[in-house]
Design a protein around this ligand. Structure first.
Ligand SMILES: Cc1cc2nc3c(=O)[nH]c(=O)nc-3n(C[C@H](O)[C@H](O)[C@H](O)COP(=O)(O)O)c2cc1C
Length: 346
């Protein structure tokens, strides 16, 4: 059996502490080896906001292996956040070098930092010179990166920087910032990275089905490249919360268990009740439900009229009754082979 780790990707606004907890509980037969938490941005005044501290506290994440993520381009700010994490007992932190959002990129953070390889070099030099990462404190750093801002070939200048530092893992989303989350991933650059990285490489991007994992493994073996250290699942694992378990079964040579409608329904209900109990105001509950359901609607055939009704629902009760009808009546295809990127909000 291949010793490959399987991760749940961070999705800001989706895979928060509540989502992760419910996923870990309801899919405990197929847990992620780690859940990467959405990023927080430390500053000199506030190394970690109270909301982020609650989301990352050990008592709120029982039963899950969580790896926190920081968004920063200044070593001082990064180290403040990393020190706060170390005090909470964390031993690994991930650096966000992929976020394509305009407000982030305009501040040279996330994917924006990739356009300044010299600045990145200075950043890593300062971070790995700090006793937190170079001494006995045992803090480790992984990166989650795109290929660049505009052109995949930018990565030829970026990978050598990662190679110079004791980074634990390079998680690659093989697109550039300009491509956001659309279009084909650059498999050629993924294979280049796997061949030329001195660090373990994690594959991320468009892994929506077990077959996508199989095809990636085949691309590696066809090119004589050793299998990746890990796979990270984002939209596909929100859409099909059993995807990580299915991928694990496939890797172990076992039969792949299909996602059942009942399990997805139980997952939906748990998230619905969590939102109802926790969020103040109908509008927030409805927004959360619509955001989540956009990932699930693709699993139902002949769901167009439900899609419209769910989108137009104005109360949580209206949304729930329409969703229950959908679960009861619409044909379910547990392996749609794509992610439809359906929009419910806006
Ligand atoms: C709504 C949304 C929020 C995201 N938030 C984060 C984040 O906080 N940190 C991060 O590194 N990546 C973030 N990502 C990127 C995902 O982690 C992942 O890299 C991306 O979705 C591609 O993987 P996939 O094709 O498996 O979904 C986000 C993506 C989406 C769609």
């Amino acid at each position: 059996m291949l010793q490959v780790r399987l991760y749940f990707a961070p999705l800001e606004g989706v895979t928060d502490v509540h989502f992760r907890g419910i996923h870990a509980r309801l899919f405990s037969d197929s847990p992620a080896d780690a859940y990467f938490a959405p990023f927080f941005s430390p500053t000199a005044d506030t190394p970690m906001a109270e909301r982020d501290r609650r989301g990352l506290s050990r008592e709120n994440n029982i039963g899950q292996a969580v790896i926190p993520q920081i968004m920063a381009n200044k070593p001082e700010a990064f180290l403040l956040g990393a020190r706060a994490l170390s005090e909470m007992g964390y031993t690994e932190v991930n650096l966000n070098l992929g976020c394509p959002s305009g407000t982030v990129v305009s501040k040279n953070r996330g994917a924006g930092f990739l356009s300044d390889p010299d600045g990145m070099d200075r950043f890593f030099d300062a971070v790995f010179s700090d006793p937190l990462f170079s001494g006995g404190d045992g803090m480790h750093l992984s990166v989650k990166t795109r290929l660049g801002m505009f052109d995949p070939r930018e990565f030829y200048d970026i990978l050598p920087i990662y190679n110079r530092y004791p980074i634990t893992e390079v998680i690659l989303h093989p697109r550039v910032r300009r491509e956001l989350y659309r279009g084909d991933v650059h498999t050629d650059m993924l294979l280049y990275t796997a061949s030329n990285s001195v660090h373990p490489v994690c594959v991320n991007g468009d892994l929506f089905t077990v077959n996508d994992v199989r095809c990636t493994l085949k691309a590696f073996s066809d090119n004589g490249i050793i299998a990746p250290a890990s796979f990270m699942f984002g939209r596909g694992a929100v859409s099909n919360p059993q995807l990580i378990g299915q991928a694990r079964a496939m890797l172990m040579g076992k039969e792949v268990p299909p996602l059942s409608r009942d399990r997805l329904y139980a997952f939906f209900l748990a998230l619905y009740h969590d939102a109802k109990n926790r969020l103040s105001g109908e509008r927030h509950v409805l927004f959360r439900l619509k955001e989540l359901f956009a990932y699930w609607i693709v699993l139902f055939d002949e769901a167009d009229s439900y899609r419209r009704r769910l989108r137009k629902a104005e109360t949580a009760a209206e949304f729930l009754s329409c969703a229950e009808e959908l679960f009861a009546l619409c044909p379910f295809c547990e392996d749609p082979g794509f992610f439809g990127n359906a929009k419910m909000n806006g």
